[in-house]
Ligand binder design. Structure first.
Ligand SMILES: Cc1ncc(COP(=O)(O)O)c(C=O)c1O
Length: 423
């Protein structure tokens, strides 16, 4: 016998996904409308405008790719890189390796530089690699959730411009929770996702492209047989994916509304609502809320006597890697968090597997109550696993961070920021 879908109550405090904002869940359950209905095309256009503001860009070419963040990454790389094109990928974690994997499959000539997990690159090191490899595209992750590091991007646009290189970044895990200024930093292509600091489900990948990036696509544009009209482009070097062909996706979102895929209407509604929530609160305020929640969580785990991984000066606001004490079994404690407290925290990949838990404070869950509930549960799970922890220490330390921020006038220090706003 089948059963209705009835998920358990969970507080998702891993590296993403997080609990979707209730406003987004409501948007997801609204009626479907056909993709050429004027209401729908109007909503698509409105969503483009919202994401320009989310990204800090005037790029006309700002759209949603229907698919998870990985689809956004693949759309950008397969569309900008023709087989044989050179790309430089500085790798500082698992998602840098993903860019390498995707660019390699696109047939690009891929060059990498690597740094230890837990570190980021200096602009000088990246510029030296650009000089050595002369790539068409520099592809770099902004925040790599596998290591929790946030790669500074603000100087890379000028470097790329100097060397005639296009700059692409995967901002899936950072957009909304950490500063990202697409135009001011001179970034040519950005892809993202909803399921982290934007407070939505995975399944839609906002993408923005500068005019320079669009010019590259223009050279590879093709209109499919069956909808092609006299004078339309037929490239002899077409983009090597049909579904993820950003030139076709731009034609679909653009004034001609050229048929491509059937718009994932529910995800469009979700993406629209995610952006509206962020912009209603204010871009800077949302970043500040993530900074505060992340700092409270970091201070709380440190007050429990736990170590953290990586260069804290370059950590993402929204996820912290917590060293698993030697006297406990990491998966058992994580399991107790889930079964006894209903709280999910993250495991980790590759060299960090079994060494750290990753605890996120992002999107709808970048909230004081979520931070202290998680710290209280972690303290309990550790104690029951036999690890000595100072009683109440994590919660008190986090509350002190919030109290200090309230003293300093932070907007959401009383938790009003996210949970109190018009829901
Ligand atoms: C930095 C980064 N890039 C890409 C992805 C892949 O996203 P998705 O699973 O939505 O395809 C993730 C997911 O955790 C991520 O953190």
């Amino acid at each position: 016998m089948s059963h209705p879908v009835n998920p358990p109550a969970r507080l998702l405090m891993g590296p993403g996904p997080i609990d979707a904002d209730p406003r987004v869940l409501r948007a997801l359950s609204t009626p479907l409308v056909g993709q050429y209905d004027p209401w729908m095309t109007g909503t698509m256009t409105a969503t483009q405008a919202l994401y320009r503001d989310v990204f800090g860009t005037r790029n006309d070419a700002t759209v949603l790719v229907d698919g998870t963040s990985r689809a956004g990454i693949e759309a950008v790389l397969v569309s900008l890189l023709a087989p044989g094109d050179r790309v430089l990928v500085p790798v500082f974690g698992r998602f840098g390796h993903l860019l390498v994997e995707i660019a390699t499959r696109a047939g690009a000539e891929v060059h990498t530089i690597e740094t230890d997990w837990g570190q980021v690159f200096t602009p000088t090191a990246i510029e030296a690699a650009i000089v050595a490899t002369k790539p068409k595209v520099l592809a770099i992750v902004q925040g790599d959730t596998s290591t929790t590091m946030n790669q500074p991007l603000d100087e890379l646009g000028a470097i790329c411009e100097r060397h005639g290189v296009l700059l692409y970044t995967d901002a899936t895990a950072t957009v909304g929770g950490n500063p990202l200024e697409v135009d001011a930093w001179g970034i040519d292509a950005v892809s993202a996702g909803l399921q982290k600091c934007l407070g939505g489900p995975s399944g839609s990948a906002p993408v923005t492209l500068s005019p320079r990036a669009v010019a590259v696509l223009d050279g590879r544009r093709s209109v499919e047989a069956g909808i092609r009209e006299p004078g339309d482009d037929v490239s002899d070097d077409p983009i090597r994916s049909n579904y993820l062909d950003l030139a076709m996706i731009l034609d679909y979102w653009g004034p001609r509304r050229l048929n491509h895929h059937t718009e994932a209407a529910s995800m469009l509604y979700a993406a629209n609502e995610c952006a509206r929530i962020l912009l209603d609160e204010g871009r800077d305020q949302v970043v500040a809320r993530h900074e505060l929640a992340g700092r409270a969580m970091l201070t709380g785990v440190q007050a429990l006597g736990l170590g953290t991984f990586g260069d804290l000066a370059h950590r993402m606001h929204n996820v912290v890697a917590v060293e698993i004490p030697a006297d406990v079994e990491g998966d058992a404690v994580r399991g107790a968090m889930l079964t006894d407290h209903g709280i999910e925290i993250g495991t980790s990949f590759g060299p960090l597997h079994g060494r750290v838990w990753r605890i996120g404070t992002m999107g709808y869950n970048a909230r004081k109550d979520a931070v202290v509930t998680t710290l209280a549960a972690l303290e309990n799970a550790l104690r029951r696993a036999g690890h000595a922890v100072p009683q109440g220490g994590g919660v008190d330390a986090a509350l002190d961070v919030y109290a200090g921020a309230a003293g300093a006038g932070a907007a959401d220090a009383t938790n009003a920021g996210v949970a109190g706003a018009s829901r």
